[in-house]
Design a protein around this ligand. Structure first.
Ligand code: DC
Length: 219
């Protein structure tokens, strides 16, 4: 049986994570934050000091990579070789390394299988950069969330821990990441032609969720 797949793509800070999570709860299905997988790869690359620009080293590392998600009390937990690494993957350093390493075709193809396997057994909301374009081109519902850079930087700044606060740096890093993610050759960040585009700059989270639900329910 084919499961219902909803894709939500867009740049960092557009509200994808919160919105996808709320949407999945309302629809009673799972939510998959694919950015966490790319962050998990970056975390392990750093830990194991992998020469990721060298395809042979990268290939060897990816062959032994054992990443997956488990759901705990409604929250996604990222497991790498039986270890919970969820709390280590959101640092600014891992964020930038995830953006750089995600441009490597070998990284993308290793994670493609993990994502499609999850979709085989359940209905799900998948959040990322290439969900509607590459990973699930046949998804029933596709959305692309975006917002002004300054609004996105402010949102991210407000979520950050006190000691990391520097809004200018947050905005610079975000802009660099937008450029990396949308200009890479392999599966760049872009809206699928059949995605519904939503500008979240001046909408609240419940307003965006309501817009998405309305689109799902009317079809
Ligand atoms: O969604 P996020 O900010 O946690 O993602 C971290 C990085 O991972 C992002 O800068 C690019 C990469 N990524 C990707 O290339 N494809 C995805 N589907 C999700 C994330």
């Amino acid at each position: 049986m084919k499961h219902r797949i909803i894709t939500i793509d867009g740049p960092a800070g557009a509200g994808k994570t919160t919105i996808s999570n709320l949407l999945a709860r309302q629809l009673g299905c799972v939510y998959v934050d694919t950015g966490a997988l790319y962050r998990g790869v970056a975390y392990e690359i750093k830990q194991q000091q992998v020469d990721w620009e060298n395809d042979e080293c990268l290939g060897g590392f990816l062959k032994d990579l054992d990443l997956n998600f488990v759901m705990e009390k409604g929250n996604l937990v990222l497991i790498s070789s039986k270890k919970d690494i969820t709390s280590y993957i959101r640092t600014p350093e891992i964020t930038m390394l995830a953006s750089a390493t995600s441009a490597r075709p070998r990284v993308r193809s290793a994670l493609l299988d993990i994502q499609r396997t999850i979709a085989q057994s359940q209905d799900a909301v998948f959040e990322g950069r290439d969900m509607g374009t590459v990973v699930f081109p046949d998804a029933q519902f596709k959305f692309f969330l975006f917002a002004d850079l300054s609004v996105r930087a402010k949102r991210r700044f407000e979520e950050m821990a006190e000691e990391q606060k520097d809004i200018q740096k947050v905005q610079r890093d975000m802009e660099k990441r937008d450029t990396n993610d949308s200009q890479r050759k392999e599966a760049p960040l872009k809206a699928a032609i059949d995605a519904i585009k939503i500008d979240s700059s001046y909408l609240t989270i419940p307003e965006v969720v309501a817009k998405i639900l309305k689109n799902i329910q009317k079809s």
